[in-house]
Design a protein around this ligand. Sequence first.
Ligand SMILES: [Fe+2]
Length: 131
Amino acid sequence: MFRAMSSESLHEPIELLSEDTKNQHRAIVSLMEELEAVDWYQQRAEACTDPELKAVLIHNKNEEVEHAMMTLEWLRRKVPVFAENIGTYVGSTGPIVSVEQGATGHGSAGGGAEAPSSSVSLGIGSLKGMK
Ligand SMILES: [Fe+2]
């Protein structure tokens, strides 16, 4: 899926935005569009009464998931906070809220989470210390 003129969805004047922010915006808008397409294809495929068309729609849905994950990977490589949170949550096991508790240093940690990023943990730890 591709929508031209993604700059229409900017929320601030384009001249105030850096190339990094504009490229991040392009990736985020693309990711949103891919996930929206996944949702649409899922619903269409489920409702479709023709088996061959249903198979095509499921195939297309799965390709949109690939597109979404490629875009997410670009964000992971370029935007540290994405990398930090992906490292914490994606591929973790156990209750997801427990993974968050493990990453933020309170509650019981869920199994399988990678080590929390230092910057996120330090930020929250600093806030807790200020109480
Ligand atoms: Fe796509």
